[in-house]
Design a protein around this ligand. Sequence first.
Ligand SMILES: [Zn+2]
Length: 465
Amino acid sequence: MLAEKIEGMKDELVAAIRESLKIPSVGGDPAEGAPYGEGPRKALDWTLDFAARMGFRTKNVDNVAGWAEMGSGDEMVAVLGHLDVVPEGKGWTADPWGGELKDGMIYGRGVLDNKGPVMVALFAAKALFDAGLKLKRRVRVIFGTNEERGSKCMKRYVELGEDLPVAGFTPDADYPIINAEKGIITYTVSMPFAPSGDMKITSLEGGMAANVVMAEVTAVIEDPRPECRARVMAAAKAWKGPEGSSLEAAEDGHKVTLLMKGRPAHGSTPEKGVNAFACLADFMKEVRLKGEQGDFFNAFNEAVAFETDGKSLGASMKDEISGPLTACVGVVKAEGGRASFTVNLRYPVTAAEEAVTGPMEATFSRLGMKVESASKSRPLYMPPESRLVQALRKVYAEETGQEAMLLAIGGGTYAKTMPNVVAFGPVFPGQDYTIHEEDERWSVEDIMKNARIMAKALLELAEEE
Ligand SMILES: [Zn+2]
């Protein structure tokens, strides 16, 4: 009965997804009533309207999020998704904002990440009620508009005291089930960096973001003494770094410009990259800078150097469920007489935040490093024996014929924004849909498979009376 209801909605669901893709809901500058830009607000209004026409009770939550709900009961179960998207970028073979359907595949920015899954959730929820099922709990689809730029939407939802689910999932990552997401802390630390003596660094800048292993850093060394510049040039020529690194040095007047290159990697897997700043700090041992500038590189070499496991920072740890703590140095810069760098840590799900911050901050302080800022998100862990994980496992196995393996990741998903939620779908193992890249697409076949899984999962969580 439920499966038939879902099959009967196919054309309508496909049309709705295609339509939703025509709103370019890229985050932008705040405007009146649109804290995250006009695009996300437009997508929010459109989705709320659409859900209301489907028969849902709806609410606009402070212009940053919305929900659509059916059923009754004290408790509520939820699907959590987002309507904002990343910019379309280049290289598309289809119109990123056209909602094109070609060879059984819908193309468009956001079709998977994440407007398509939001629409699938609405249809899956509706199918339950159309099928006449009587459920113990309310079913709510919650949609935010700031996932791609910090998930402040869901923070606001929670702050405003909107109802929280007793169980739920977010189809904004991968199947089968991500039940463990490491805790994340990003520190920015600084040290005095005033020049002293004839040799000084007048510019130091590298990295793209705190959560990407620094791939490139530039340092400009100034020295009026030709023999000292020659010594730096010779050292640069002789320096041998780890595989994947390279150093270029160019002399111009009193300046030697150093360009150190490494290899980028995602902040959750820093061991896969080669950190350009660790390379530069290693090279600086040859340069023998004096005073504060020399101290800065020495302190970095003592605390971090090439390590990606936080060992010398005093925070090395691991657990069975989610593996080791990782540390990624992402950005470095010098300004106003100080130099700073970022370190992005992902710690195991069973560790307490204080077990990381305590020893780390002691190390920073021992080495004369000042913590400028620390942004933190606690780990997420939903035990295998929890009702939520068991319910999703059962549904996944029934619908796909595959065992639902539990995944632990170093990244953070939308699930972290609310209690009792895990990431579940929409991408099946082995698929290479190009999220955040050109030609983002989703096959109608997988859309329908997702609709069946979501409907059954909601049924399982909301329980029949
Ligand atoms: Zn997403």
